[in-house]
Design a protein around this ligand. Sequence first.
Ligand code: COA
Ligand code: ZN
Length: 304
Amino acid sequence: MVNEQIVITDVGPRDGLQNQPIILDVGQRLQLIDAIADAGVSSIEVGSFVSPKAVPAMRGTEDVFAGLSKANGVRYTALIPNMKGYERAVAAGARAVTMVLYASDGMAKKNVNMSMLQADRVTADILTRARAEQIEVTAIIAVAFDCPFDGPTDPAVVRASTANFLSLGANQVVIADTIGAADPQQVRSLTADLVSDNGAARLGCHFHDTRAMGLANVFAAVESGVRRFEASIAGLGGCPFAPGASGNVATEDVVMMLEQMGFATGVDIKALLRASDIAEQLTGTALGGRAKPWLQKRMNKQAG
Ligand code: COA
Ligand code: ZN
């Protein structure tokens, strides 16, 4: 296990910023993205191509793409809700997109005014186009454990959807606890089944820390063999269309835990704390994760 690699995608510039009372301009969004990239995070979700009427904070993601630092080898992805989002992303120069699927009709309806099946069909069409256009597609399954509208999710739905979209050619399937309702036992059980069905190479997990179980859920998934995680700088995050959703598990917390356990994340904690400070300064609301005060104290001691 020692030095085994774990890939972290920081989704703060999308999941984090979409739900803030303050709307950042493109320059501020790029400042945050660059700081995260400077910390060695190799994959960043930099925004979404959704309706600016639905999510005003994500207006101008084209301009964000135009301003990204390209020479650093970072994989930049953007969330898309439909084919129009795919087309906007490709036109903006994205080489990777993250399409949202749903494990409940209630969430699909509220988020994108589709049924689960409609979102599935659009995703299949996107995968066909993406293969021809050599665009990498991550399919993320929202409300994979619990839905604020339809209640607990049947794990069989998530297993079927994951296997289906991996077989249709998705580069990765990520299961998302959109409202942060899952517990580690549920996560252990579902991720163990998913790994046994599909292997771990193309599986990822996305947790929110609403009930303070985000990090425990990451651990449970690690124990099942999952090696890809989404997390958010400073614990920013939440879905405007899912009541009760609060911040994602903080990238700082995830990196600290995994590195201490002996995994390699490639992330420099000191630089990550700088990115976390920037997130806090820009939004005024970021909590900074739960380990930040301790991490800062350790840094200061080392510096002194
Ligand atoms: N980007 C920008 N505009 C889009 C779009 C996209 N990806 N998809 C549709 N639109 C536009 C349409 O062109 C249309 O514009 P018009 O009113 O100027 O003609 C308008 O949005 C409505 O289109 P319609 O297909 O009827 O969609 P809708 O009103 O049912 O809304 C979505 C559907 C998907 C556009 C909207 O619900 C959305 O953007 N949801 C995203 C929610 C989100 O980001 N959630 C958090 C992350 S999971
Ligand atoms: Zn989320």
